[in-house]
Design a protein around this ligand. Structure first.
Ligand code: PLP
Length: 234
């Protein structure tokens, strides 16, 4: 292996290069949309990767990390106890796991039903949340159906201890992300008529971050473009 010319202490120079390239893409997307890159939070989705990768990313200046499976997230958060990492839970969440997730997660992006709100809400444990909207016609995908969105936003807004940041969504396969995110922006406008403080938007992944930024995303959830391909599950 050749010596890296990068000043970073990362174990993997390619990681530093990918991270820098994504930052550049985000800055370009912000400029194209007439927005400031400072309004954007980049969450590095580290699912299936070991805690050591999170450590390398922390050394490169990353702060926000996303996970979609409770056990894996819990173990990683425990391994990195005391590190300046903020954990975002972005996967589908069972009600019976809600309290456990609340123990390490700083933000839950996947509120999709009233019963999950009730399971997470606790005035003694404040938690930032996004309500996830399903942009597909498949009810098996994460997120609340658009026609149930208003009721869920109302319920979340009223829940003790939960701070509703805004909406979250994943662009469907087989649809132009720009179209899907335009729809999402409409839902976000609707949500703000109910919960004016819910001004953030969690959208945009490796393949569609520019389209998301153009439609007002504030929290980008970027996996493979930064981490490289994911090791197989298991
Ligand atoms: C895995 C995942 C991401 C990151 O996806 P990439 O295509 O690897 O950038 C973002 N959001 C959610 C909900 C995910 O599960």
């Amino acid at each position: 292996m050749t010596t890296s010319t990068s000043p970073s202490s990362s174990a993997d120079p390619a990681l530093a290069d990918r991270f820098a390239a994504v930052r550049e893409r985000i800055a370009d997307a912000a400029r194209s949309a007439g927005r400031s890159p400072e309004e954007l939070t980049t969450i590095v989705v580290t699912k299936f990767h070991p805690a050591s990768l999170v450590q390398d990313l922390l050394a490169l200046g990353a702060v926000d990390f996303g996970e979609n499976r409770h056990q894996e997230a819990r173990d990683k958060a425990a391994e990195l106890e005391g590190a300046p990492a903020r954990w975002h839970f972005v996967g589908q969440l069972q009600g019976k796991k809600a309290r456990q997730v609340r123990a390490y997660a700083d933000v839950v992006h996947s509120i999709d039903r009233v019963s999950l709100v009730d399971a997470l809400a606790d005035p003694a444990h404040p938690l930032d949340v996004f309500v996830q909207v399903n942009l597909t016609d498949d009810p098996g995908r994460g997120g609340v159906a658009p026609d149930e969105l208003e009721a869920l936003v109302e319920h979340t807004e009223a829940a003790a201890g939960l701070r509703l940041l805004g909406l979250m969504a994943v662009a469907p396969l087989g649809e132009e992300p720009a179209r899907a995110f335009a729809r999402l922006r409409g839902y976000a406008d609707l949500a703000r008529t109910i919960a004016p403080e819910a001004r953030y938007l969690s959208a945009g992944m490796s393949a569609d971050l520019a389209e998301a930024v153009a439609e007002g995303a504030t929290h980008l959830r970027i996996g493979t473009a930064i981490t490289g391909s994911r090791p197989l599950a298991g």
